[in-house]
Design a protein around this ligand. Sequence first.
Ligand code: ZN
Ligand code: ZN
Length: 253
Amino acid sequence: MTRILVAAAVGLATCQVAIFLTTVLLHRTLSHRAITMSGGLRFACRLLTWVSTGIRPRQWVGVHRKHHAFTDSEGDPHSPLLEGFLKVQIANVRMYRRTARDGVTVEKYARDIPADRWDRILFDHAILGLGIGVTGMYFAFGGDWVMTVVAASVHTVSYLALNSAVNAVGHTFGRRPFTGLATNSQWLAWLTAGEGLHSNHHAAPTSARLSFRRREIDPGWWFVVTAQRFKWLTVRHDRPRFAAGRARTAQAA
Ligand SMILES: [Zn+2]
Ligand SMILES: [Zn+2]
């Protein structure tokens, strides 16, 4: 029983690593250029994203930028307003795949991120990356397949559920300090390295920091600040710049 609990804990920890990679690399760095990473950090994040999620950054960026372009209107890949909360929470992966593979979205919205040599050799091969990740877990557990399956399953289910929640909960439940349907939920921000502060993000998409008020906490920002101290990255601007039409309806504390 203890080994199952240990494996589940490793699965949750792996999920959190993938969540931080998602918000810092895929979202804040590649999608919105809020962060510029050094070559070494960027490569490390790409490698870890590959083995922990299998996500192709170009696809994630294309789908996400389309979400910003059509937020909660016709064309949004995963709007709970159009599709319903439960459908986005449960079938977010299907919606993501449908948009990523439509032959238009990635070409149009991620044309500034062309495939490079590393993508062609490694990162575009999702199954290879995930296979390396699972094999690494297998050896870390001393060749225990049961622990490997438990950890990989807990990681996969929790990672997909949390990413779906940003799109579903983050446009349905929570506070709306800015115009639009996107919401802030601190409990979700704790679980998603800051992504639960989704109203803030839609109001100022190029901000590397997602917390704007004193009581808001963005764990992803802690990583950014730490990496900044080591000069591994730079941020685009210190204070949030609000998108047109996103008038602030609440003042910072
Ligand atoms: Zn959104
Ligand atoms: Zn975004």
